[in-house]
Design a protein around this ligand. Sequence first.
Ligand code: ASP
Length: 335
Amino acid sequence: MKAIFRSIAICVTALFVCFNAYSNQPIAIVLHGGAGTISPDKMTKEVEAAYYAKLNQALDAGYAVLKDKGEGLDAVVATITILENSPLFNAGVGAVYTYEGEHELDASIMHGKERQAGAVAGVKTIQNPILAARLVMEKSVHVMLSGQGAESFAHEHGLAKIDNTMFDTQRRFDALQKAKQRIDKLSSIGVDKLGADMRFGTVGAVVLDAQGNIVAGTSTGGMTAKRYGRVGDSPIIGAGTFADNASCGVSATGHGEFFIRYNVASDICARMKYQHLSLQDAANQVINVELKAVGGDGGIIALDAKGNVAMPFNTSGMYRASIDGQGKRVVAIYK
Ligand code: ASP
């Protein structure tokens, strides 16, 4: 009899320990709405309030999914679609223009458990490119589709076909006119250059879900007045987006050409994995030492398997928000 009681007690304790271990799994979320020369003197109080409201809304939407023990993929998509649908950010509606006056959007998503990933590049007729990136990951045998191939794949899988002018905003149109004047002036003296202020507002999110999975996603219109066909870092796995449960998840924003060349997102996770650096140190070294030294403007958001969050940037501001594994909330714009 005693033995039976003892076995029952052991089982109950084991169940309790298991339950506790599961419920102690931290959840966390971090998001960005782009980095650049963002400063209070360039902002009215109303515009600033609108940014804070949207950052809070997107943060709450993603966190609600995580609190319900939902999938990290759903949390990332919930957060990013809110930012894509807001004209405040350079993704979806409000995306910047190419030199030719169109919008070409890039997005990617990655799941850290088995390093599954999906991406689309240069799409013009999909309202929420992050949904298309997820479809590529879940419904195709590929990782990245581009241009018309990506569009027809997304439409075949149920995403509505929209007109490219749906992404138009006056603010980005004005920015294009200014950028073109500058580019035309520079090219008349033989310089082919996009200024450092010709972007801002790429969006991204990284989450740690209740199952312990890290998921990262990024969506952007790229850089103002970019050449048509130009692809930035945002849809490139390892450059603009990366997730690996064994190290970290990252979404980047900044001068994409540098982020591709320096393989920024996966380099941060590799430094954690192989050099055993903390998330904060790994992220800081890449953004504030390596990239800063070569003029690679921008920043990243990242989190690790314990729910630690890092949001370094080497520009004057980055729209950002997070709730870490301890439940600490941060919503900020400037340095
Ligand atoms: N990284 C994006 C790109 O180069 C732009 C940005 O994040 O602002 O396409």
